[in-house]
Design a protein around this ligand. Structure first.
Ligand code: B16
Ligand code: MG
Length: 199
């Protein structure tokens, strides 16, 4: 592979254990709407934007609602999610994540966050992790959710590093595909059966 000059990290499910909170909030919304939402179905929502996730969820529940209603449902889910993450503790930083960030930085390798979550800054600041990133790309900066490569290409751009010298760490199938689409090397964090496309 090419020389590694930058590492780009996804947030939910890679740096912090927030993927479970997204699932809890979507599951609660599904229950309120009268249907079951399984962990297997939840895999389709990982790395996907809030509104697109809602569309997938409503499709699973075979529910049709107006655009205005969708905005209200997404807000409801986000309020539950924010309530869950407001109580997060430092031990919810995933094992080895902080150590890896320190290690790569100590070796002169740049770091970026590549998340489509609009709540990224709340989480990073809350857990005092912001200082580990040379660039931060979050859901407020990107227009296209993974598997679109935009989030990772913006990260490489802010770091001024060629995409072919970047390594992406991802827990979502859509994120591994986004890294591939960006021409970057990828490391899957999770189940090999789901993330098999990762380098
Ligand atoms: P929010 P990541 C993604 O974060 C999550 O994987 C996905 O489940 C979530 O819907 C998305 O962020 C949007 O999050 O509602 O907080 O804006 O994995 O790209 O760090
Ligand atoms: Mg993720």
């Amino acid at each position: 592979m090419n020389k590694i000059k930058a590492c780009i990290f996804d947030l939910d499910g890679v740096i912090v254990d927030t993927a479970k909170y997204h699932y809890m909030a979507w599951k609660k919304l599904a229950e309120e709407l009268g249907f079951e939402f399984t962990p297997e179905q939840n895999e389709r929502l990982k790395g996907v934007s809030r509104m697109k996730s809602l569309d997938i969820l409503l499709d699973i529940g075979k529910i049709n609602v107006s655009y205005d209603e969708k905005i209200k449902l997404a807000e409801k889910k986000n309020n539950w999610y924010k309530e869950y993450i407001s109580n997060m503790k430092k031990d919810e930083i995933l094992p080895g994540a902080r150590e890896l960030l320190e290690l790569v930085r100590n070796n002169g390798i740049k770091t970026a966050l590549g998340s489509v979550s609009k709540n990224s800054m709340t989480i990073l600041n809350g857990l005092k992790l912001t200082k580990y990133f040379d660039a931060i790309i979050d859901g407020n900066k990107v227009k296209n959710a993974k598997p679109d490569p935009e989030v990772f290409l913006l990260g490489a751009g802010e770091l001024n590093i060629n995409p072919k010298n970047c390594v992406v760490f991802e827990d979502a199938k859509s994120g591994i595909q986004a890294a591939f689409n960006a021409g970057m090397y990828s490391i899957g964090v999770g189940d090999k059966k789901i993330l098999g496309k990762a380098n």
